[in-house]
Design a protein. Sequence first.
Lengths: 418, 256
Amino acid sequence: MMKKMILIFVLNVIIILPVTVFSEGLEINGFVRNYSGILLEGDNDYSIVQNTLDLSFKKSEGDIGFVSNIFVYQYPSKENYFGIRELYMDYYSESVDLRIGKQQIIWGQADGVFITDIVSPKNLTEFLLWDFNEIRMGVTAAKGKYYINSDNSLELVWIPMFTPTLMPEEGSIWHPKMSFPLEPSFDMTKSEVDKNLNNSELFGRYSLNLSWIDLQVMGGYTFDDDPSIHVKRGFSIDSVTGTKYLSSMVVSPEYHRLNVGGLSFSADLTSFILRGEGAYYNNKYFQTADPIASDGLIKKDYINYVVGIDKTVGEWKLSTQFIQKIILDYEDNLIGDEMDNLATILVSKSFMREKLRLELFSYVGFNNEDALIRLKGYYYPSDAFGIEFGSNVFVGNEGTFGQFNGNNMVYAKIKYNF
Amino acid sequence: MKKILGIIVISLLILSSFEMVAEDAKEIAYKVYNRKAPKDGESDMKMTLIDKRGGERIRDIRQFFIDLGDVEKQIMFFTAPADVKNTAFMNWSYDEAGKDDNQWLYLPALKKVKRISSSGKDNEFMGSDFTYEDMEKRNPERDNHKFIKSDKIDGEDVWVVESTPKKEEQYSKKRAWISKEREMPKKIEFYDEDGELLKVLTVLEVKKIKGYWVIIKQEMSNIQKKHRTLIELSNMKVDIGLKDNRFTQRTMQRGL
């Protein structure tokens, strides 16, 4: 099956390429990249060895056009991963833009956090370490944008089939750590959402773009991209002591509907940019220790928001964000905290007329006192060729980042753009 | 008494003559600022970054601009090299003295338009020797102007005017050689915060397009770091009826 798919892919490339190369006005862009990382702990295992080919084809004629972006991730030690990130057609008129097909839809104003940016699901197979254009997956959608005038627009997105977050496979160093009091059995019968019209997703957005502020108000009738973990517990009576004990656990991941309403903005306050996003999520399932809760879950609403500042001081670019998640109508039995506080910090500077760039980006979690510290250097010996070298350090013992404290690594990426 | 009156009269005459000269310098600055310029247009821009060993890196840009009187809008699309292709930069520059520009950047990898801080205008534009501010029209009210002398460059009559910013900025002063015939600079010297010569802009070629004088080729040399940037315009079209609604985030995202 795998070999057949590879063959189809290779044939597609062989067939598409000559046609497209000779096709007038067609743009072909992309990159080839080698990405190698070494874990700093234990036997210095390779955290990743990956070769990538990313190819984009773009053509537009008058009011219509198309884009295709295909990718191949080749791994020496595991199954290759390839596919189509985007494949869509565009139609532009005086006041309406239409885009139909597989596409990445990116909303919001925050960097590295996903609050109103929930239209395209995430690829978390490499945690949050993917490059910007690789962390979000394309979704098959029909997107229409109506420009009321040059300042105001309305956007509607219909996604006929739900696509969940792509989680790391079992055994991956990025697989989230889950602990159970006893070895559970897994029921995967509800782990997929049926592909029918009733299960489609709908998003709407109003945008206002003025000289000093960009403002968006959004709403979504969607699914939670992450599965809720339903846990059915079985109890038995100890024949000797007569006490009741937990004897079985059936874990069943399931995706549930989520209603979201939010806004985002970015304002120029002369010496800095103030950015923000906030959203109200209705009917999210949270894990609870309440014994009467069905499947160990309870529905709650929550608020998630971010406020950030971008500032340029001399040639230094500085950016910081504060992110807070608040569970409404909180109960003490809930497994998560009522409020979860996170911050991000970005510092970067270019040298040698942008041939060299150093960057520090960090997530800092306050609840679990954990962090991810990413120090990177980019060197471009020529315009087409770049080398990135960096380190990812996980601080803490638990939490989103602390759980990966054994995954500290150094890495290098060598990239050729064409 | 007569002697004192004489001194006062002479002093007043000297002061008024200084005032006249200062006024002339400002007038020259306004002549440059208000020079007859196209209402809108488009062109290809080739930016060549030359290092001190003569090594070259080239950036190709397609640019569009419109002058709406109180605001000038510009969109640049990067067409080469490959790693910046389809990046778009939009700038709205205001006529009102002291009002900062608004700037946006569209990065294809991010797939969204980001508003960027105009306080970064002192930064190099795409690694070149031009800062963002060097590339925009500057309101004469932001500087104090001093007339230095009349001179000749390449046989052309020029005014030499020195402009010092009223507030502390990236350059402590600029000295410009302005063509009397075309009312546009032929050369500008930029001085750093310590008053040392930092950069020199030399206009290498001008062309009259539809009755407007346009700088087609210019070079900015960084004297201290010994590298330079050459900017050449081609395929320039002016007064082509571009509309204001083209200078939006929609256009940046759609691309060329």
